[in-house]
Design a binder for this molecule. Sequence first.
Ligand SMILES: [Zn+2]
Length: 401
Amino acid sequence: MRSDPSRLSFEIDARDGDARAGRLVTAHGVVETPAFIPLATRGSVRSLESADVAGLGYELVLGNTFHLFLAPGAGRIARLGGLHEFMAWDKAIITDSGGFQVFSLAHGTVADEIKGRRGRSGTEGRVLEISEKGVRFRSYVDGSERFMGPEESMSVQAALGSDIALVFDECTPFHADRDYTARSTERTHRWLGRCLDWHADNGPPRQAVFGIVQGGVHEDLRRESAETVTAAGVDGISIGGTLGKDKPEMYGVLDMTLPHLDRRTAKHLLGIGEPDDLVEGIARGVDVFDCAVPTRLARHGMALAPLPGKRHRFDVRRSALTEDQGPLVEGCPCPACSSYTRAYVHYLSREQELTAVRLLCLHNLAYLRSVVAGARHAIFQGAFEKYRKAILGGAAPWEVE
Ligand SMILES: [Zn+2]
């Protein structure tokens, strides 16, 4: 691990079991942890303005290297002052490496979600070649041939000017066998070295770099990856890759990974962020989470709610809500619940009005923000276990004493 406060420092202010409350100090301000990170995939959090996201209390968003590389291009964003300036967001930004998206083209998982849009005939993105150097693929934007490897990913992230860059890695698919996962994890480790070498010579001096632990669902590979990444000169650690077929297996992968990471280091769980996952991750020592769930659910007319038996969500388009005059969730302090009824959001969502997506994004992001803020408060009080059980049991985060 590297300790360089001019890039990033992580202060732990309170511990409760393995859970921690801390502060991640970046070049663009402080991020209180535990934290959820909204996705600003293409330089915007879907349907919201940057000021809305800040207004919900968020201090860190995640930009997507793969999508911004293809359009509008890192060069254009750099010429326009970098991603902060471009999207008028003066708080912290983390960028993923693009590895997940590039390899998802090859591995064929959830293609539509990865591309964030329906395939266009003739310009469908696909991988042409995976080699030690990187990945050659066809752009889904215009069908052109593109290449991304460790150096290209770091170069794009440097041009975007994010506060935290992630190293380029392969997210091994769930169906990969142990041999494939082992070889892939070793290559990811070689790429980690190349990313750090490139960054040492060319990276923005105040940009921090997080390494990524891979290893699939295999305990020995996870341990080896955790030790390799910890031994490298990174500023923090993300946990990525296949985390198992269901939630118990995912928590198992966390249990086999986290004990091998430096306790003082900031830890980021990639792509996970449903309410139960947040409290289970925090209980195991995870500090920050990013996930498409709140914004993706909003597009599908779903609101987050304290409903553990229903995956903490409900469909606002249900007929039963046609004349329901209550808020989305009783007691929710968000702008949507403060002003509008379920009946209204139900109607807007059924009519596919843009405002429905906006109100549901505001609510879903406010809800997850409440979950992590409540966890932080509980950790300071030494009451995190009680809080975790309350959330898993169906309490709204603002109801827990
Ligand atoms: Zn709300």
